[in-house]
Ligand binder design. Structure first.
Ligand SMILES: C[S@@+](CC[C@H](N)C(=O)[O-])C[C@H]1O[C@@H](n2cnc3c(N)ncnc32)[C@H](O)[C@@H]1O
Ligand code: FES
Length: 457
């Protein structure tokens, strides 16, 4: 039984450069056009669209196959899509001129391609050629670096509604030859489109990386550009066992205002996205006073305060971050209930009588001993029955998953003296030792999780 009237499989296979494949021939654009057209004609619940690996007709892509009839289309372009959707999905009449009708020839071509592919794979294995996945991992930094340089130069803003290399170089005060090379590389990554020597932003870069766009993330993403420099010291850090950059012991303020702005902007963007999820999971109803340790931009305190109009929040953060938090708090209109205290979470008193101590994205920058100490002081800061909520990238017990948390441990290695990602058993042990009860983990969708405990009554 078919769950949908039609099920379309669109080949999205990407093969090594120079090898014919649907991705290289524009299957992503066909897929986008298909989804748009099906949605526009109100067929989204009737026609299911799925991407798939090679259908075996690689020289003639982009290919797609429509079930239940098993109709194969080859050489489809976005311009063909409205006709296919109208004729095939609305009128139940396939577009004959694009359909592969000779079943025997179709089968022979698919089998021949499969045999060629298997023979090539065996030959590569026999010759000891590096597997593609390994090569891609090794070279991955090139793509990342090209994009980070574009962010640092604010290149996507310079491209604007379309510009050639010379115009972009003039705006950026950069070298024309080098600028053209970077623009071409970005076009190869589909971050730009090049037509007749003029570069245009892709829908994604226009939305997220151009100044003036409501969703522009460029300032927050500059933090990743800063991280790149740290990551290039990784080998020395592994040898030394700690961060080796000159400013590793420096407080945030000493890294400069640009660094701090980009860092807190990055935190704010993530925190604003996750705050509703966290507030729902924790519950704001029974919280009269909360302490937000290292609260950064204030995004979580603001969300808790907005969820409960009687809630008072106190953010403890470094003096350099205080004005940034105050700006966000004022913009959110909760300045009467969300306060910011400048201080050092490693050594300063945390206060007392709180119903909730919230510690988000802090434990990973501390050593195990510092975490235990912070959790002990948090217990003292809570009223009896009050809760501690830790949000962080929580590793599974063997510390190899999730991947983001395992890699983030290296991010802490290159950026801090003793920070790391920690596992659920480590958090549970510290919380137990610090005197918390009812310790539990709450899994959230996405990359962070919560550890929650209560101060006994
Ligand atoms: C990764 S950010 C997390 C911000 C926020 N809690 C969140 O989840 O979005 C770490 C925060 O800790 C603050 N911080 C770092 N060292 C600190 C210290 N010694 N005392 C107080 N705050 C500190 C930073 O300024 C920053 O706001
Ligand atoms: S790559 Fe699409 S059919 Fe082979």
């Amino acid at each position: 039984m078919e769950a949908f009237r039609f099920h379309v499989f669109v080949c999205g296979q990407q093969k090594p450069e120079g090898v014919p494949c649907c991705a290289g021939r524009g299957s992503a654009e066909v897929l986008e056009a298909l989804r748009r057209e099906i949605g526009a004609r109100g067929l989204a619940d009737e026609v299911q669209v799925t991407t798939c690996g090679s259908l075996g007709l690689c020289e003639h892509g982009p290919n797609l196959v429509v079930y239940p009839e098993g109709v194969w289309y080859s050489g489809v372009t976005p311009a063909h899509v409205p006709e296919i959707v109208h004729s095939h999905f609305e009128q139940a009449t396939p577009v004959e001129r694009l359909v592969r009708n000779d079943a025997a020839a179709l089968r022979a071509e698919i089998l021949q391609n499969r045999d060629k592919m298997l023979a090539a794979r065996r030959a590569r294995e026999a010759a000891g050629v590096l597997p593609d996945e390994l090569t891609e991992l090794l070279r991955g930094f090139q793509e990342s670096r090209a994009l980070l340089t574009a962010l640092e130069l604010d290149l996507f803003t310079a491209v604007g509604d379309g510009a050639d290399a010379q115009q972009v170089a003039t705006i950026l005060h950069s070298h024309p030859r080098a600028t053209e090379m970077l623009l071409n590389a970005l076009a190869s990554l589909r971050l730009l489109v090049k037509r007749e020597g003029v570069f245009y932003n892709s829908p994604a870069t226009a939305r997220y990386l151009v100044s003036g766009s409501p969703d522009n993330a460029q300032p927050a993403l500059l933090h990743t550009a800063h991280l790149w420099h740290r990551w290039s010291t990784l080998t020395d850090c592994v040898l030394a066992g700690t961060a080796v950059a000159d400013d590793r012991n420096a407080e945030i303020a000493a890294r400069g205002q640009d660094w701090t702005e980009a860092f807190i902007a990055a935190m704010h963007r993530n925190a604003s996205e996750r705050a509703p999820l966290v507030v729902r999971a924790v519950g704001a109803e029974n919280v009269g006073r909360m302490l937000d340790v290292g609260g950064g931009s204030g995004a979580y305190s603001i969300a808790f305060a907005q969820a409960n109009s009687a809630l008072q929040a106190e953010i403890l953060d470094l003096a350099a971050v205080q004005p940034i938090a105050l700006r966000h708090i004022r913009e959110a209109g909760v300045a009467d209930r969300v306060k910011v205290r400048a201080g050092d979470l490693r050594s300063d008193g945390l206060g007392e009588g709180f119903d909730l101590v919230f510690i988000s994205a802090i434990c990973h920058m501390l050593s195990p001993a510092e975490n235990l100490d912070l959790l002990r002081r948090s217990r003292e800061a809570l009223a009896p029955g009050g809760r501690i909520v830790i949000q962080d990238f929580i590793l599974e017990p063997d510390k190899t998953a999730p991947r983001f948390a395992a890699l983030f441990a290296l991010n802490m290695l290159v950026g801090t003296r003793e920070g790391s990602s920690y596992s659920e058993p480590e958090y549970a042990a510290w919380l137990g030792e610090a005197g918390f009860r009812d310790v539990r983990r709450v899994r959230l969708p996405g990359i962070t999780g919560l550890m929650i405990g209560s101060r006994p009554l």
